[in-house]
Design a protein around this ligand. Structure first.
Ligand code: FA5
Length: 364
């Protein structure tokens, strides 16, 4: 480590030698002061007023110089001080920028790495079908009504003309809420088995004419298989007015099925039974996959059964104080998962509930 030598000889040659050794040491140390801490040490060592190396030069060279050499030594010491100031200022810049470089290096973000991908959600296929269905009926002037998923026996069965112990109840077994034995049967709560209770709630709260659709979740004690699920969605429809005929029912559903599956699709109405409609029908469409020739989805029959419908039974009007002599109406109910299976050619209803991304991503 450089120390300021005491000068015995003040001849120009000796002064030159001493000055160049000092410069060399100063330059070397300035080059090594690479970060703010090292620079601080370097500056104090050379520039400190009290005992810095330049103060020592002043004391040991200038003050100690004999009279005749004082002028030359003075000029030399001044030149060395100026050179030192320049080197210190350069070193300061270098130290702060290399400090910054080190800081930047430690905080580097590698922008070439793949980012964290946030996948955008898409609408579930079942809800897409439901939205399509809703828009078809809204265009025909229907409004939307909703009801509770936990329903009373009265709305789910009794007011829909399923009397207690009627065998038709067996076709819609469900889960009952526990500990309700103390309530009369009509008030006992259950998970609704269809969206038809919303028909009753709507007619109770609204005078005719009525044109509503009721979308929602329903539950049944059905063992899961390729076409059955214990929880699924239905879309109910109800139209009540004066002079509503079976022809209106056929026209409405034919138009809805053509809107959903294309204008080539045909509809067929076969007699069926529901306690709350008379007459009742099962509605099928000609198979949209084979055009009616017969294929696997339609089980070679050319037709696919899609929904239940019928003219509102006059007994039901009796439950809501509508006059069956003046009014008539039709209702229909469809399973949204089954329609979605048709629309997207899905062969297992369970796919809609597994949450398997490989399946769902196909709808993105
Ligand atoms: C009913 O639920 C009647 N409420 C429909 C109705 C409304 C008829 C108004 C007349 C007037 P059904 O039990 O057939 O009917 O069920 C209607 C539709 O729900 C079926 O056509 C089918 O598409 C669907 N569905 C029934 N059970 C299941 C199930 N376990 N899983 C998936 N979909 C089902």
């Amino acid at each position: 480590m450089y120390t300021v030598p005491k000068l015995e000889d003040f001849s120009p040659a000796s002064l030159d030698k001493a000055a160049s050794e000092l410069r060399e040491a100063l330059e070397n140390e300035a080059r090594s002061a690479l970060d703010p801490k090292a620079f601080e040490e370097f500056r104090n060592r050379w520039m400190a007023r009290k005992n810095g190396l330049l103060t020592q030069v002043n004391d040991m060279w200038l003050k100690a110089a004999p009279g005749p050499a004082k002028r030359d030594v003075g000029q030399l010491v001044n030149a060395l001080k100026k050179a030192a100031e320049v080197l210190v200022s350069d070193a300061e810049q270098l130290a702060s920028s290399s400090g910054l470089a080190a800081k930047l290096k430690s905080e580097t973000i590698d922008i070439s790495l793949p980012g964290i991908e946030r996948t955008l959600g898409v609408r579930h296929p079942v809800l897409r079908t439901l939205d399509e269905l809703i828009s078809v009926f809204v265009k025909m002037g229907y409004s939307i009504a909703e009801g509770p998923e936990v329903e009373s026996d009265y709305y789910n069965f009794e007011a829909l003309n399923f009397p207690p112990n009627h065998p038709a109840r067996d076709t819609q077994d469900t889960l009952f809420i526990a500990n309700q034995e103390r309530h009369p049967q009509r008030d006992r709560l259950l998970l609704r088995t269809h969206t038809s209770p919303v028909q009753i709630r709507t007619m109770e709260s609204q005078r005719p004419p009525v044109r509503v659709i009721c979308p929602g979740k329903v539950h049944r004690n059905d063992a899961p298989d390729a076409t059955h699920s214990p929880g699924f969605h239905q879309l109910e429809g109800l139209c009540v007015d004066t002079n509503i005929t079976f022809g209106d029912l056929k026209g409405t559903l034919d138009h809805a099925m053509k809107s959903l599956f294309g204008s080539a699709v045909k509809t067929s109405f076969r007699p069926s039974f529901f306690p709350f409609t008379e007459p009742s029908v099962e509605v099928s469409i000609s198979c949209p996959f084979c055009g009616g020739k017969g294929c696997r989805p339609c089980k070679q029959s050319g037709w696919i059964e899609l929904l239940g419908a019928g003219m509102v039974d006059p007994n039901v009007f009796g439950f809501v104080n509508y006059d069956p002599k003046k009014l008539s109406g039709f209702a229909f109910g469809m399973g949204v998962e089954r329609l979605t299976m048709m629309s997207y050619n899905v062969d297992d209803i369970q796919q809609f509930f597994y949450g398997d991304m490989r399946f769902l991503e196909q709808f993105a």
